[in-house]
Design a protein around this ligand. Structure first.
Ligand code: AN7
Length: 366
């Protein structure tokens, strides 16, 4: 009886099943009209999760939240940009889309293109795309070209192709991608009713950090209670063109999603850093894996590139002011890269066990 009355009170308030997808939810902030065909998989509305472990680790009454964007329909934040890019491509009458990708963009482009009835072509670097992402691109129906080169080589080619042929480029140079992705900042501010002091985020091409900054600014312009956070961008030390202000010819990192040596949004990222009084830093692969494990111990499984945001936060422990509110963006789901997880964990995993009750209870220590 008591349980029933609690349920009746809570249910209407927490009913989120009617989420319409991020274009419908934030229409007034987006370049869409009644004529735009909205191609959606109900992306967005991802949870902002308080991290007890990280808050304790940082100390000084810091509150750390995780924006778990790996819970989008294809398992990464790319869906936010792709619902916009594909809807606009469809509105403009285009029939095919193309992208270069370290994996997640290709998965998302393939899914939304199929949903919108468009053809998709994706170029990926041979041998450097996590299995889950490759599986998705193939299943969702993209034409996949694995090239003997890296992401930067692939991006150069697709940029040229999209200029010469009637194919829409859906990498983050497409401005609609940034428009869609800025909604993640809106959701954070809607949840917190304020802005964080720091936003920690991994950077590859730096489209996402650009998008978040745009989102924070748009709310701030409407209401000054939404302060502007410091934008803290993190790259892997073997692939840190924005930190070192260089082009990295042969980027290398376990975080294959951000294995990018010549980011297209370099100039935009510089502006974000300057305007937000933020910082760009690198973290090593070992620091990334440590952060990856810390998150999992709290039940949160992200891909290695996403853990770079948390590795970066931990690295700055001594710089964080008392009572800070920090959000780390977890851009992709851990299931994207099962190989990395199986290789990098501290689990007890015993194989070839005789299936007898006696034997198993002995192994378990009973
Ligand atoms: C999990 O899929 O570039 O700084 O081709 O998959 O906006 O590039 C992926 C990038 C962070 C970096 N985290 O975002 C691609 C691709 C994950 C990612 C990034 C990516 P940007």
């Amino acid at each position: 009886m008591i349980l029933n009355s609690i349920k009746q009170k809570l249910l209407p308030k927490y009913k989120k099943r009617n989420w319409p997808g991020l274009i419908n939810a934030y229409k007034s902030y987006l370049p869409v009209s009644n004529k735009t065909p909205i191609i959606t998989l109900k992306e967005g509305n991802t949870p902002l999760i308080f991290s007890e472990n990280l808050s304790n680790l940082i100390g000084n009454n810091t509150k750390v939240y995780l924006k778990y964007d790996g819970l989008n329909p294809t398992g990464s934040f790319k869906d936010r940009g792709m619902t916009m890019a594909i809807s606009k491509a469809k509105e403009e009458g285009c029939e095919a889309v193309i992208c270069a990708s370290t994996g997640n963009t290709s998965a998302s482009a393939a899914a939304y293109a199929s949903r919108g009835g468009l053809k998709s072509f994706v170029l990926i670097p041979d041998g450097y795309v996590a299995q889950g992402k490759l599986a998705q691109a193939l299943m969702y129906g993209a034409e996949v070209l694995s090239i003997k080169g890296n992401f930067d080589d692939a991006l150069e080619i697709v940029q040229k192709l999209s200029k010469e042929y009637p194919i829409t480029l859906v990498n983050s140079v497409n401005p609609y991608r940034i428009e869609g992705q800025k909604t993640a900042a809106f959701e954070i501010m809607d949840d917190l009713k304020t802005s964080p002091d720091w936003l920690c985020i991994p950077m590859g091409n730096a489209g996402n950090i650009t998008a978040y900054w745009k989102g924070f600014n748009e709310y701030y312009k409407k209401n000054k209670k939404y302060k502007l956070p410091k934008m803290m961008g993190f790259q892997s030390s073997g692939s840190a063109p924005l930190v070192d202000n260089i082009i990295v010819k042969n980027p290398e990192t376990i975080a294959t999603a951000i294995r990018i040596g010549n980011p297209v949004n370099r100039e935009k990222a510089k502006i974000v850093k300057k305007e937000s009084k933020g910082d760009f830093q690198s973290v090593t692969d070992n620091e990334i894996i440590d952060a990856y494990k810390i998150l999992a111990k709290e039940g949160i499984f992200c891909e290695p590139a996403s853990a770079a945001s948390v590795a970066g936060l931990i690295k700055n422990k001594n710089r964080i002011k008392k009572d800070s509110l920090i959000v780390c963006v977890l851009t992709g789901n851990g299931l994207k890269d099962p190989e990395c997880a199986i290789k990098n964990n501290d689990a007890i995993f015993q194989k070839n066990i005789e299936p007898s009750l006696k034997n198993i209870s002995k192994i378990l220590g009973y």
